[in-house]
Design a protein around this ligand. Structure first.
Ligand SMILES: *Cc1c(COP(=O)(O)O)cnc(C)c1O
Length: 394
């Protein structure tokens, strides 16, 4: 039995698919200590640089003084602290929806929502590049999971149409990332919602990478597209731009009432520490007043695009903080990532199954904690890498 596991691991290594866990020995930031080396890092989702923000650290200390370190119970028993309740109301108001429900992680939120809304006789329509948690949620729900080509509205419409025809009573749930986590591009949510209206489907938007970044005051993808509809189920995570941990789902009052009764990953688990919720209330205030942080980040994004004039590697079209540099082969992506690391720059190589085969890439993610000099350093290193690595392969 064990030999069988070993063989599978060895095959993975041969395919360039082994994942290595790095050891972070400092707080998350643009400059970090990793595996005993100081590096310039382009691999966090801490887009606004809040994970080590002094005001949030203070809020966490205060939250612990007031509420202790653990919630002690699930939300339905006695774990639902005033800090959770306040945060849920603040989040709902911020994203312009009736109410919100907290989850301990985004992964759990997606599992909870999808399995609450659809079951065996229902259908899910899912973008092929959606986050793994949405795919897993679809499988767990036992619904008929139909995946459409990335952002392809004709494909989505033809799936919706056919289901209407074959089983008019099926509950329909469309699910999409708002900003795609490995590509950085944005889903055409206006068109998607239009199709959901037309074919009577629920519209689940995973805004893990848009919350705090898109829309007025960073309130997210719905505001970016000026969308509102009772069929929208809005999910966002609180460990990326918000800098802490957790997730929430917001929507029409009925949707949230329904989830409070049905979402098993909310009901059957210990509520997250109330101090986190307290810290997140403060984080929300910083996000609301964070136009300067977002403007700085947008400058960095523009600077990176302008300074990269590589012949062999292209940035994928993205205006978000996620700027993937397409390499292709797994080992080529790893080789480039290792080359950069020798220069003190950490950019992760992303390989299948996280991305489709043949599209291994460096996922460059920028944050407001970076400076223009950091971007210049990365651009110089990539140009140098292209010269050096090509000499080797030619
Ligand atoms: C990160 C992410 C999640 C999972 O959120 P966690 O809080 O990290 O569990 C879900 N969806 C998308 C699109 C993500 O990028």
């Amino acid at each position: 039995m064990i030999a069988n596991l070993k063989a599978e691991l060895e095959q993975r290594a041969a395919d360039g698919l082994i994942r290595h866990q790095r050891l972070l020995q400092s707080a998350q930031s643009a400059h970090v200590l990793v595996d005993n080396h100081r590096v310039l890092s382009f691999c966090s989702n801490d887009y606004l640089g809040l994970a080590n923000h002094p005001l949030l650290k203070l809020a966490m200390h205060q939250g612990i003084d007031d509420s202790g370190v653990g919630s002690g119970a699930s939300h339905m028993v006695t774990g639902h602290h005033q800090f959770h309740d306040t945060l849920e109301r603040e989040l709902a108001e911020f994203v312009g929806l009736d109410d919100a429900i907290l989850f301990s992680t985004g992964y759990m939120a997606n599992i909870g929502v999808v399995t609450s809304f659809v079951g065996r006789s229902d259908v899910i329509f899912s973008d092929k590049l959606n986050h793994a948690s949405l795919n897993d949620a679809g499988v767990l729900s036992r619904a008929n999971l139909q995946r459409y080509a990335h952002n392809d509205m004709e494909a989505l419409e033809s799936l919706l149409k056919n289901v209407n025809f074959s089983n008019p009573n099926a509950r329909k749930l469309m699910v999409t990332d708002a900003v795609f986590s490995m590509d950085g591009d944005i889903a055409p949510l206006d068109k998607i919602l239009g199709l959901c209206e037309q074919y009577d489907a629920y519209c689940l938007v995973d805004d893990a990478h848009g919350f705090g970044m898109l829309g007025e005051n960073g309130c997210g993808a719905l505001n970016h597209f000026k969308l509102s509809s009772p069929r929208i189920i809005y999910m966002a995570t609180l460990g990326k731009a918000a800098g802490v941990s957790g997730a929430f789902v917001a929507g029409d009052q009925v949707i949230i009432d329904y989830l409070k009764q049905k979402a098993r990953t909310h009901i059957y688990t210990t509520a997250s520490p109330p101090a986190l919720a307290h810290t997140l209330s403060k984080s929300l205030a910083i996000i609301k007043n964070g136009d300067a942080l977002r403007a700085h980040l947008n400058n960095l994004i523009a600077a990176l695009k302008q300074s990269l004039t590589l012949k062999n590697w292209q940035l994928l079209p993205s205006n978000s903080a996620i700027q993937p540099l397409l390499i292709g082969g797994n080992n080529a992506a790893i080789q480039l990532s290792e080359y950069l690391l020798k220069l003190g720059i950490l950019v992760p190589a992303i390989r299948p199954p996280t991305v489709p085969t043949g599209t291994a890439r460096l996922r460059i993610s920028l944050t407001a904690a970076h400076s223009l000099q950091d971007i210049e350093k990365l651009a110089l290193a990539l140009h140098q890498a292209e010269r050096d690595l090509l000499e080797v392969t030619v």
